[in-house]
Design a protein around this ligand. Sequence first.
Ligand code: GTP
Ligand code: MG
Length: 459
Amino acid sequence: MDGTTIYALGTPVPSRAHPGALSVIRLSGPRAPEVLVFLTEPRAFERGHSARDPALPEPRRMVVRTLYDPLSGEAIDRGLAVWFEAPNTETGEMMAELHLHGGRAVVGAALEAIGRLGLCRLAEPGEFTRRAFEHGKLDLTEAEGIADLVAAETEQQRRLALQQMDGALHRLYEDWRTLGLSTLAHLEAAIDFPDEDLPAGIANQVRDGVVQLQAEIGAHLEDRRGERLREGVHIAIIGPPNAGKSSLLNLLARRDAAIVSETAGTTRDVIEVHLDLGGWPVVLADTAGLRDSGDAIEQEGVRRARARAAGADLRVLVLDASGDWQRGWGDLVAATENWNDARDIVVVNKVDLAAVEGTDIVPLSARSGAGLPELLARLERSVGLLMEDGASAPPLTRARHREALLEAHAALGRALLAPEIALVAEDLRLALRAIGRITGTVRVEELLDVIFRDFCIGK
Ligand SMILES: Nc1nc2c(ncn2[C@@H]2O[C@H](COP(=O)(O)OP(=O)(O)OP(=O)(O)O)[C@@H](O)[C@H]2O)c(=O)[nH]1
Ligand SMILES: [Mg+2]
């Protein structure tokens, strides 16, 4: 971190088609308040005011100010100005904000005016958040939570991101580090005094600590909720040919994403659509009708359908009400890998042609839409069940965390088998370092560059 002052437009860049009512320019760094003075006091720049100039408003108090070009003295806009005194700010540095009208020319002129002062430079992507991290305002998982919050598209993604921004993962990983460190302290005591008898039970305590840590990390690694929330819950629509699987996909997607026809065997490839289902992001897949076929291409489609069904988080089996649906059901379920009675759903479609009755089925007409509300409720319930598994603990959300935790998990496994105390300690230290990399307690510069590069400018 350098001691420079940075500035950036924090709101979207206004375009001709989308000017904003407001635009916010933010600054962070030692000279931020000074910049405010030079921009809001005509001629102040030439006179060379100091940051303690009377023109500087009280910190944290918004004031109406006209913004001037510091060199020509020409008015640019009138808006609100505020500044915040370090270190109790978002970045831990002096900060200032200008709330201007969101026109292209206004924003362009204001940014140019700030640049012309020569007191600060444009921020890089994520630089504000990075400075907050450098000043200990947040850890890396919380910084990633901010990025996820900005990127969140559904309600549940937003909730998870907010939890992470508020430190849910930080606390979990810090708890593990604390447990690991106290275990290590016991071990180091044993190494330092090899000749003295250890108090009875220390070896057990160390073992219990490592076992507990490894078990908790293992359970966390198995929890797929975070990835499902980021990438979408995968739902596969499967069933015999012509049952109306593609019709159902189109109905849920509210567009003609898949070809529908009365020819059995229409769908060959897997067709995906992305949906927001009650706040959950969902990837819905339509698949080829399941049957034995002499057609090599169709057979490949069926193979893909089965693979997709097995790999999906949820399965929706579609049967044809106008056919002998009760007979096919059991065999199809039996032939479907990973079928889960509690969550997976059986839809009997085309009830406009033949009425159906039965428990554990959802009657539907993809043609008329009858039964759709019930199906949506069932889908939301199933997704809810899926995502509640282990709901008390915050889920793993990033591949970066997974990698580090796998490393920690493996090191703990080695520690349990290590023949000597010194080796146990070494493996435990490796595990702690891996966990520390997740939160940023253990710093890795290249890693920081990668993480903050993904942010937007002005964040
Ligand atoms: N009457 C009626 N016809 C339907 C309904 N849903 C689908 N169909 C018709 O059933 C035929 C097959 O529909 P698709 O959606 O293509 O069926 P599919 O299961 O995707 O078929 P494949 O891709 O060949 O496996 C089409 O002619 C649809 O118009 C429904 O609810 N009622
Ligand atoms: Mg189809």
